[in-house]
Design a protein around this ligand. Structure first.
Ligand SMILES: [Zn+2]
Length: 474
């Protein structure tokens, strides 16, 4: 709509004192505008920087300071805690452009969204910062007038420095990645002797956790559990006391033990949860490593009946202690979503990330076949390098040859698991690839395309994330 002579986003119009603040589009970019409200003589700048005066209004660019001012002025643009709600769902947006599409999905579904969710690895691979990640979300939430609240997850954090970085910016969720402290190679046979405190607390006891489920440890099982998770527990307790105990920072705490080689058995999950609670750690979620494979960007691989049996016990453990199960690598795990919904009774946290990137690349395949083919060929060349960082079973021989596909057939590559994974795991290399002259090979062209086709991207996200939520019973 036209408003004060600007091409304004209608849903963004808000009052601030005697002024009105809104967002408008100006070709390649968006602007914040402050205009005089009813009865006001002039617009008052609430602290925006790099401003310009324009016919009685003040215009401000979308920079970090202005995002901070916006969050103060309109608290709905700042993240809040929401993991204690029944259902929460993370949509990591590696590109900083997906939130308008995500808002369309969450506007009509009763589930708490985590719009800002990135790991340090993702930041490194995309050349972004947490400031940038959070600001992109705040601007989008303001633009779309989404006032219901959202969370910001410092995902898979491993160090004091990184946790502090996310918290100091106002992130409202910390996912502590304990994987460096989990000793997977320990078996029942090679585990060191059992520390006496655990013997007294666990051996010869039966833990009735309700719903007909009783857990007990053999000495060998307990010895193995303590040896695998002992150091990880110390790490989690230390980080909790450092940052979150006594309300030092106001954030939900997730314990992630999923990025490890071996499966978390229900008994090990119980042990970890019980020890954390005994140590006084208050946490919202635990992410175990489930049986089967949660590979990136494709459906579940494994025995679904076995998964259903195990998640049932995991869910009872979580209910018993009063936290939620967190399911990582939740992109496209359509065949197990119904079981997750049923067994958790609709109380869960699910994270997705890669699928949002894949949908952005689907838009490229739909709208610019030449650019898509170029990126695809580069991804094939970069695959070996990228596969060092991901566990995938991609068979490149099953990826159709892009040069023999017609333009209209290219989007079908996103129905093929092998080509999905090819594009999924190479995202960092694609986005950072430079030409000999130092300019980006693809990045700028891709962003230009996404800016131009933002409506298509929003539509594809609405459909695709909507499908996730529907199968999760939302
Ligand atoms: Zn994870």
């Amino acid at each position: 709509m036209q408003y004060f002579g600007f091409d304004a986003y209608e849903k963004s119009i808000q009052k601030a004192g005697m002024s009105v603040v809104f967002m408008a589009n100006e070709g390649e970019h968006d602007l914040i505008i402050v205009a005089p409200g009813e009865g006001a003589e002039y617009a008052v700048n609430p602290g925006f920087t790099e401003t310009e005066q324009r016919e009685g209004t003040i215009t401000a660019p979308l920079n970090h300071n202005n995002a901070q001012i916006l969050r103060k002025l309109f608290p709905f643009t700042a993240p809040i805690r929401g993991l204690r709600k029944y259902r929460s769902f993370g949509v990591g947006d590696r590109l900083g452009i997906a939130t308008p599409g995500h808002i369309r999905v969450f506007e009509k579904n009763d589930v708490f969204p985590i719009f800002a969710q990135q790991s340090i690895r993702e930041l490194n691979l995309t050349g972004r910062t947490y400031e940038d990640v959070l600001d992109a979300v705040s601007f989008a939430v303001f633009r779309e007038g989404f006032t219901r609240g959202f969370g910001a997850d410092g995902d898979h954090l491993k160090t004091v420095k990184d946790v502090e970085y996310a918290l100091s910016l106002g992130f409202t969720m910390i996912t502590l990645d304990c994987s460096d402290h989990i000793k997977n190679s320990i078996t029942e046979e090679n585990a060191p002797p059992l520390p006496p405190k655990y013997r007294d607390a666990y051996l010869g006891k039966t833990f009735n956790i309700g719903e007909g489920i009783a857990l007990s440890f053999t000495e060998a099982e307990l010895r193995q559990s303590t040896a695998i998770y002992g150091e990880a527990l110390n790490f989690a307790v230390d980080m909790y006391r450092r940052f979150l105990a006594d309300g030092k920072y106001n954030a939900d705490f997730e314990i992630s033990i999923d990025e490890t080689a071996s499966i978390t058995t229900p008994l090990q999950h119980f042990f970890v949860a019980r020890e954390l609670i005994e140590a006084g750690v208050s946490f919202a979620t635990i992410a175990p490593r489930f049986c089967g494979e949660f590979q990136k960007g494709i459906d579940y691989i494994g025995d679904i009946a076995q998964f259903e049996k195990e998640i049932q016990v995991h869910a009872v453990i979580a209910r018993h202690f009063g936290y939620k199960l967190s399911i990582h690598s939740g992109s496209d795990k359509f065949s197990v979503f119904p079981a997750i919904d049923v067994e958790t009774r609709g109380v869960f946290h699910v994270k997705t990330a890669g699928t949002n990137w894949l949908e952005a690349m689907r838009v490229v395949a739909q709208t610019d076949p030449t650019l898509y083919r170029e990126v695809h060929r580069y991804a094939l060349a970069a695959f070996d390098e990228a596969s060092k960082y991901y566990h995938v079973t991609t068979d490149l021989s099953k990826v159709p040859d892009v040069d023999s596909l017609s333009a209209g057939e290219l989007p079908m590559l996103f129905e093929n698991n092998d080509s999905r994974q090819l594009i999924h795991i190479t995202y960092g290399l694609i986005l950072s690839k430079k030409n000999p002259d130092g300019s980006y090979a693809f990045r700028d062209r891709l962003y230009t395309l996404w800016r131009k086709h933002h409506e298509e991207y929003s539509k594809t996200l609405e459909k695709h994330i909507g499908k996730h939520l529907a199968l999760l019973g939302v």
